[in-house]
Design a protein around this ligand. Structure first.
Ligand code: IDP
Ligand code: MG
Length: 149
């Protein structure tokens, strides 16, 4: 089953939107198999966003993601990566489709509330970066037979 790493970013935590954002993913049927509140330190931020090193927004991005606590989650389900990305909306909230998290709660690309892995390889790397194997719970959800065919 596919897995993806989600981060409820510092702006969303500060604005009291943790529950709202988790509810979007949970309601869609994605299963939470890992979750914690944490403060990302600079070293972890630089590793997580390593692909963006050297870009003009990079240092600001590191300051943003380390500026307050975040909630990190591993979500599981068929097509979890794509499902989560479509629930999040486009990177720039102004261009995101209405009904997505970023469109419904954001206006600026540098305060776009949520992160989601962009592919299977990135997802594996990001999950390993934020969670130890024993922190992930492989549980049987009673509702699964009403969500998954
Ligand atoms: P994604 O989060 O939709 O995958 P990426 O292109 O991977 O988007 O960028 C990572 C994060 O970097 C974005 O979510 C956003 O927080 C930040 N970011 C990207 N481009 C800009 C920019 O032009 N200005 C400020 N922040 C940016
Ligand atoms: Mg990305």
């Amino acid at each position: 089953m596919d897995r993806t790493l989600i981060i409820v970013k510092p702006d969303a935590v500060q604005r009291g939107l943790i529950g709202e954002i988790i509810a979007r993913f949970e309601g869609r049927g994605l299963k939470i198999v890992g979750m914690k509140l944490m403060q990302i330190d600079e070293a972890l931020a630089r590793r997580h966003y390593g692909v963006h090193e050297g870009k003009p927004f990079f240092e600001g991005l590191i300051r943003y993601i380390t500026s307050a606590p975040v909630v990190v989650m591993v979500l599981q389900g068929p097509g979890a990566i794509e499902a989560a990305r479509s629930t999040m909306g486009a990177t720039n909230p102004v261009q995101a489709a209405p009904g997505t998290i970023r469109a419904d709660y954001g206006l600026e690309i540098g305060r776009n509330l949520v992160h989601g892995s962009d592919g299977p390889e990135t997802a594996r790397k990001e999950i390993d970066l934020f969670f130890r194997e024993e922190e992930l719970v492989d549980w049987a959800r009673e509702a699964d037979r009403w969500i998954l065919e």
